[in-house]
Design a protein around this ligand. Structure first.
Ligand SMILES: [Fe+2]
Length: 185
């Protein structure tokens, strides 16, 4: 199986993106990261090695988390656009959710932090990865503002939704290890 086919199988939410150029850009962001970091298995890539070590959650994977975040983001957006008529760009939202952690591939080499992980961090480096793939500033903003690891607050509804979706999805992982989330900070 080619890495392109594996990516499409592991991230079926790519099909939710209506604009073919945008879908191609999201795939390009992932494929360039895969190629550059020479990862061997996309399916078994870990979610967040230091937290997984601390909480003894060795089997959590990045791609499963990305799917959780995308699903949560779509559900939040559908509720807010349906009930309040909030204007949400679903293509931007889905694309942003799908690439929000793409640069985590550069953060760890096995369990060790790389210079990208130690000196930059994935939300900052992610801006470079998605911009290089031709994705918009709005999508780069989603990547930059999706975590408290930067001090950039979400400026758009799409970025606000992805940030909350990421927090909820990460909490669901942490709940595998603790019964009180305050014990898993
Ligand atoms: Fe995430």
């Amino acid at each position: 199986m080619t890495i392109e086919t594996e990516l499409d199988e592991l991230l079926p939410e790519l099909d939710l993106i209506e604009d073919p150029d945008l879908r191609a850009g999201v795939r390009e962001a992932w494929l360039s990261a895969i190629e550059e970091t020479e990862i061997e298995s996309l399916e078994t890539l870990p979610w967040f090695p230091p937290v997984q070590r601390k909480l003894d959650l060795p089997n959590e994977t990045l791609l499963s988390h990305v799917r959780d975040v995308t699903g949560c983001a779509v559900a939040l957006a559908e509720t807010l656009s349906g009930r309040r008529g909030a204007e949400i760009n679903m293509d931007t939202l889905v694309a942003g959710a799908l690439v929000h952690d793409v640069s985590k591939l550069y953060e760890f080499d096995g369990t060790d932090a790389t210079p990208v992980g130690a000196l930059l961090g994935h939300p900052y480096y992610g801006v470079h990865v998605v911009a290089r793939a031709g994705l918009s500033v709005e999508i780069a903003h989603i990547v930059l503002a999706h975590t408290r690891r930067t001090n950039v607050e979400p400026a758009t509804i799409e970025a606000a939704i992805v940030r909350r979706a990421d927090e909820a999805a990460a909490a669901a992982i942490r709940l595998e290890a603790v019964s009180d989330l305050r014990d898993a900070v």
